[in-house]
Design a protein around this ligand. Structure first.
Ligand SMILES: Cc1cc2nc3c(=O)[nH]c(=O)nc-3n(C[C@H](O)[C@H](O)[C@H](O)COP(=O)(O)O)c2cc1C
Length: 146
């Protein structure tokens, strides 16, 4: 069974909700989803053994959250080359973080960028049926491509 790691930071819970719904979508495809807060991912071995990786951060000050930057330096020490990459996050107006994370996964770690690109959702939409569906679709389509 294919395994997908969804590692995320969330200050007020919106991106965390997205992570849960994306995991549901991954499972709909028959793959296994493992959700981890980035604070729980402390070593390279915590990051190894997955077929695909989806990293999540909300946008703060037109950037990813600071803890996500530290996490990405840990990920740099892991061999992720060729693994499928996705990124997501909640936002209110500019939503910059997922695209920046996605770029790092593609160009620094040399991962395989998923065709869907990065995934942004306005926080007001996260808990609507439309938002839940969008997250599930992202997870399902991502896992089907692995
Ligand atoms: C201090 C602060 C700065 C923010 N800066 C941005 C921003 O630059 N662009 C944006 O789209 N949203 C911005 N937001 C909104 C957050 O991205 C939004 O509330 C998001 O849903 C929070 O996600 P979380 O609940 O996972 O922490 C900001 C929020 C705060 C409190």
């Amino acid at each position: 069974m294919k395994k997908v790691l969804i590692a995320y930071f969330s200050l007020t819970g919106k991106t965390e909700k997205m992570a849960e719904y994306i995991a549901e979508g991954v499972r709909f495809s028959g793959a296994q989803a493992v959700n981890r807060k980035i604070a729980e991912v402390k070593t390279v071995s915590d990051l190894t053994g997955y077929d695909g990786y989806i990293f999540g951060s909300p946008t703060y000050h037109r950037d990813m959250a600071e803890p996500m930057k530290t996490f990405l330096f840990l990920a740099k020490n892991t061999d992720l080359e060729g693994k499928m990459a996705g990124a997501f996050g909640s936002y209110t107006h500019s939503g910059d973080a997922p695209a920046i994370i996605f770029d790092t996964m593609q160009y620094v770690y040399r991962m395989q960028p998923c065709e869907l690109g990065s995934f942004n959702l306005k926080e007001a939409v996260v808990d609507t049926s439309e938002g839940v569906r969008a997250c599930q679709d992202y997870g399902k389509s991502f896992a089907e491509k692995i």
